[in-house]
Design a protein around this ligand. Structure first.
Ligand SMILES: [Zn+2]
Length: 130
């Protein structure tokens, strides 16, 4: 009976095809040394924390964020390159932001440069108003 159960489980489980699993492939790329914990995503919409819309304390931006998850600490980074830890946001909140269509980056440097959060685009909204 026991061996029958095992056989049944084996037939249910699909053969190991890690190449077909984008998440597993991403994890393999992410952790060549097993020490990568920092993940980033972009979030073009506003973020409400405990019912209050997040606002950049430096430039008063209210959207277009980069969100950084370092283990269980979530930080928000603004276009003006100001960055702070948002203690009300959890890893689960971060996962939800990725699900909502954010762009995923393996490191803070890669995200800051390719997404334009290194300060080079600071004030681009204002330039359009001239
Ligand atoms: Zn800002």
């Amino acid at each position: 009976m026991l061996s029958g159960d095992i056989r049944a489980h084996r037939t249910v489980l699909p053969p190991a095809t890690p190449d077909d699993d984008p998440l597993r492939r991403l994890q393999a790329e992410m952790q060549p040394s097993g020490e990568v914990h920092l993940r980033c995503t972009t979030h073009p919409e506003e973020i409400a924390v405990t019912g209050i819309t997040v606002m950049c304390p430096r430039c008063s931006a209210r959207r277009d964020w980069m969100v950084i998850c370092d283990r269980n600490t979530v930080s928000i980074r603004c276009r003006c390159s100001h960055q702070w830890v948002e203690r009300e946001l959890s890893r689960q909140d971060f996962e939800r932001m990725i699900d909502s269509g954010g762009e995923y980056f393996p490191s803070l440097e890669a995200a800051a440069q390719s997404a334009g959060y290194d300060g080079t685009l600071a004030g681009t909204y204002l330039a359009e108003q001239r």
